[in-house]
Design a protein around this ligand. Sequence first.
Ligand code: SF4
Length: 262
Amino acid sequence: MKAATFEHVRKRLFVGLLSAGLIGTVLLLAAIWYFAANPSRSMLHQILLLALGTMLVGGIVVAGFGIGGIILTILYARDISALKGPIRVAVNLFFPLALALGRFFHIDKDRIKHSFIEVNNFLVKSKALRLSPGQILLLAPHCLQRSDCPYKITVEIDNCHRCGGCTVNDLLELRDKYGINMGMATGGTLARKFVRDYRPRGIVAIACERDLTSGIQDSNPIPVLGVTNERPNGPCFNTRVEVPQVEEAICFLIKDKERLAG
Ligand code: SF4
């Protein structure tokens, strides 16, 4: 399968699960409506059901516009600013619903999360971001550091002696080449601290599917481009990342700025 087609399939999984959730909700609403219209129910019962139905209709309208917005953004590869709000709701609020549906259909959790990251990256790339290097934060996980490296780099990343023994060296070269900020986090708390300290307008985050999905949601509304790490030695141990992919994400965030300057 060609890479582009594969990426499309990965995006389709998340959008498909969201759409299935929407259809399920519509069916639920129809059932509520049926019971509400049943003349054997008391007035209070009917009012409660009507209120619930109204809330559901609101949710369905927002989700419908959100999913429609995601599909249109993917089809036309451009940001649809009028649908920004519903898209954000659909992507972040209905993500747990997509996961639950995936469980029901026995779809691997990491596949759904990967699909979510693809959709998120696509939505971020559809925006015309004009960031200066100082507004960009590169967030990397601590497990990229070689396990037998004696230097403590989570507090001070420049403690790395740049021996070339792990990807940290390459990431620091990218940081220096583009003049961006970089933080190496041992977990969500430290990652959030870096975000608070650097106040970035755009983030390139490297992590596993689980940490990336929660990081993307936590950082909302700051746009995050996610790059998944490789785990040839199992989770959280001597992991790696495709450095060209990280560089491509950094260049995306700053390229419009460069074009403007040129
Ligand atoms: S590049 Fe070398 S010094 Fe730096 S973190 Fe990796 S192993 Fe340690």
